[in-house]
Design a protein around this ligand. Structure first.
Ligand SMILES: [Mg+2]
Length: 231
């Protein structure tokens, strides 16, 4: 049975609205009442995120001082993964259908994410995605896990998955950041970078995934094609 390991945020869930709402909140919270700030449009904000402009830079571009940008980054970090904001996440168009297609084709589906267990379960329930990922096919961070950086934490999670999952003749990884590519490469797996998430094509060309696809639906098409060729 071929296997597809997919990241959650980016390929399946669009987090741009959550991130933008948190940006708006932090900008308002950190600025002075009489201070003139320039709130970026969602499009401006998201394209900065996708080209990996640091949070402090985004704050400065929005009219905050260096000092304020420090507070902004901290508040943003403390807020972005809190429950009130997760409700702004939405499924990426076509992602659910792509998962259905893989499931029908007999793929072993695994989700691998830097979300914590409660954050992952919340979204799986909310969008009726539990049916794709049985409990032993969910790789995420424990609720009390102390995060370092994603490019370190994700390969660790991948190593655990490789130890625990039954061996299979073909495994693919899909993700939207350098952490996903690093995790796949650490185990010698082919990686497909999707552009429906928080990195743009230019970033991906630097990180060198095996393939770049517009979204999960396109990635699935590619995987199914390759698997047919291999038979
Ligand atoms: Mg992601």
């Amino acid at each position: 049975m071929p296997r597809l390991i997919t990241d959650f945020d980016g390929p399946i869930i669009d987090v741009s609205e959550r991130y933008y709402r948190v940006y708006q909140y932090c900008l308002a919270a950190v600025s002075q009442p009489e201070q003139r700030v320039r709130q970026l449009t969602k499009q401006e904000f998201w394209s900065l995120k996708r080209s990996q402009v640091p949070e402090a830079q985004i704050a400065i571009r929005s009219g905050l001082s260096d000092d304020q940008s420090f507070h902004f980054s901290k508040l943003r970090r403390d807020t972005v993964h809190t429950m009130p904001y997760f409700q702004y996440d939405t499924p990426v168009p076509g992602a659910v259908e792509a998962l259905e297609m893989l499931q029908q084709a007999g793929f072993d589906l695994v989700v691998m994410t830097m979300r914590r267990t409660r954050e992952l379960n919340y979204a799986l329930q909310r969008y009726d995605l539990e049916r794709f990922f049985p409990l032993d096919r969910r790789y995420c961070l424990a609720n009390d896990y102390v995060k370092t950086i994603d490019t370190k934490d994700k390969p660790l999670l991948m190593a655990r998955a490789m130890r625990e999952l039954p061996t299979t003749y073909s495994t693919w990884m899909v993700g939207d950041t350098e952490a996903d590519i690093a995790a796949a490469q650490s185990q010698g797996l082919p990686a497909i970078g999707v552009l429906s998430g928080i990195r743009d094509r230019k970033r991906f060309e630097q990180y060198g995934p095996t393939y770049i696809a517009s979204d999960l639906a396109a990635a699935v098409e590619l995987v199914l094609d390759r698997c047919l060729l291999a038979v």
